[in-house]
Design a protein around this ligand. Structure first.
Ligand code: BDR
Ligand code: CA
Length: 309
């Protein structure tokens, strides 16, 4: 087997963020270097707390560096409590984490980790792109140090999920997204164009509970709220698999079809957060097709493999 892929997940946990993080901890093809937290689905404080609580649930002592509490330019939007619940994990509660965050702010943590292992680490942002934009501003050399950047965000050839124009992660901080899309580094966009094609069911999550009782019971409880949101808003029996799809794309692109094009983000007005092909930026690999069964099978098989407690 080839060496595991080192990744940093930048996250706003978040039910599907929790799925992505637990998945990353369960797949031996991943070396999770650490987490960085960002406002989005929840407040900045809550994101840091949730990231640490989740790692403790899974018995991991990896670092969590706390990041942005607000967007770089626009006003902070209220947390998406109707999607992820008031505390971010639906109606599931985790105990307050025992460990403090890493002393470094997220953008410095990212830059230091990339500098320690030049060309090795893949960044996987699955929340608003604020920390990544701040890292680019403070440490522009990271474009040469990162292996890849695999972003969950955007809706390039289809409608958004916040409104007809925008996907949530880009809508929360479009100026940060514009900075990240303008950077000259190897980048893949895993947006609604593919994540809304992958439907994770209650049975997929329930498969965890026997082999991994602690994490499985938590994930099943947390996901229930998210499943109800998808039923009410889109008449889906299950949920879209957003953030875990980005982690899987960071490991193996064989299930994804891409086109290479620059991306333009609308910064304000009614269409703020809209992502469209075109513009002056560097080309980005934009996912436009997916073998949904392959992604879902990999997700479910590792999560239910019993590697988590
Ligand atoms: C993205 O927005 C958040 O609600 C999810 O965690 C995911 O990262 C999907 O649009
Ligand atoms: Ca997220």
């Amino acid at each position: 087997m080839s060496a595991p892929t080192p990744i940093i997940i930048d996250t706003d946990p978040g039910v599907d963020d929790a799925m992505a993080i637990l998945y990353a901890l369960s797949d031996p093809a991943v070396e999770l270097v650490g987490l960085t937290s960002v406002f989005g689905n929840v407040t900045g404080d809550r994101a840091s707390r949730n990231a640490r609580a989740l790692l403790e649930l899974a018995g991991s002592d990896l670092p969590v560096a706390e990041g942005a509490h607000r967007p770089v330019v626009q006003d902070l939007q209220p947390p998406a409590d109707f999607v992820h619940g008031v505390e971010g994990f639906g109606e599931a509660m985790l105990p307050a984490p025992a460990r403090a965050p890493d002393p470094r702010p997220a953008h410095d943590f990212i830059a230091e980790m990339l500098a320690e292992r030049p060309g090795e680490i893949t960044l996987v942002p699955v929340g608003p792109l604020t920390n990544i934009a701040l890292a680019l501003d403070a440490h522009p050399e990271i474009t040469k140090l990162v292996k890849r950047v695999v972003v969950m965000g955007g809706a390039v050839r289809r409608v958004g999920n916040v409104n007809d124009f925008a996907e949530a992660n880009i809508w929360q901080d479009p100026h940060a997204a514009a900075t990240v899309f303008a950077a000259d580094w190897p980048m893949t966009l895993v947006g609604l164009d593919v994540t809304e094609q992958i439907i994770c069911t209650r049975a997929d999550i329930a498969a965890m509970t026997g082999p991994s009782p602690r994490c499985g019971a938590f994930m099943a409880h947390a996901a229930e709220f998210y499943f109800r949101f998808h039923k009410d808003s889109a008449d889906i029996d299950g949920c879209h698999l957003h953030d875990p799809a980005a982690v899987i794309a960071a490991l193996d692109m064989s299930a994804f079809e891409t086109v290479s094009a620059p991306l333009t983000v609308t910064l304000d007005g009614a269409e703020a957060g809209m992502t469209r092909e075109g513009g002056d930026g560097p080309p980005i690999d934009i996912c436009i097709g997916v073998d949904a069964d392959a992604v879902l099978t990999r997700f479910r098989d590792h999560l239910s493999s019993g590697r988590l407690p």
